[in-house]
Design a protein around this ligand. Sequence first.
Ligand SMILES: C[S@@+](CC[C@H](N)C(=O)[O-])C[C@H]1O[C@@H](n2cnc3c(N)ncnc32)[C@H](O)[C@@H]1O
Length: 208
Amino acid sequence: MAESARRLWVQQDRHPGDRWRLFRAVGAVVAAERVLYPGCYLDLAPSFVFPSVTYVDVDRRAAAFFADEEEVQAIIAEHDGAPPEPEVVFVSADYTEQLPVAEESVDLLVSLYAGFVSEFCTPALRVGGTLLVNPSHGDAAMASIDPRYRLSGVVLSSGGDHRVSDRGLDRYLEPKKPITITADLLHRTGRGVGYTRSATAYLFERVR
Ligand SMILES: C[S@@+](CC[C@H](N)C(=O)[O-])C[C@H]1O[C@@H](n2cnc3c(N)ncnc32)[C@H](O)[C@@H]1O
């Protein structure tokens, strides 16, 4: 029997409310209407904050989860401040291939633990829009060498809370070791770069 969406959500929300707090912190500084989240798996939390989110994943459990639209909407509605009647779209696809998302149509692109999302999905992000990316799979480092992006904020975390800061941004993304970061290096390692000052995640503005 297929697992219920509720059960899958409980498994996903292992650190209860952590992703909700993350997206709330981002939503406090990024006024995004439309969000694209490739490699989302079951992470529904952007919909607790943003009115229209397109989720993309190849995993069939993600497809089964999002197919239970009634339960998905019920989970969203349990979160204080959730947008009324949020649009939740799931696309069962490989994000390295062409997605059914128009160019420059989204305000926020999310890349969390899902590989080089920024490399493939940036065309969907409007110029002036924001990439939220964490460092672990190397995609933050990839964005840091991508001329389409400039660092616009860092997500700092303490005691399970998250906040976005734009102070002293030039002190971030400095590799601990004297290496030259290239796309080839990141593809080879598939890992993040060690930085002298770390952040939970980074916000980059698309500048071109
Ligand atoms: C480690 S999980 C992270 C899930 C979610 N972003 C989170 O932080 O909770 C990585 C997810 O990315 C998906 N993924 C990886 N590469 C993908 C690709 N090329 N296209 C679509 N989904 C992909 C996997 O199927 C998996 O569900």
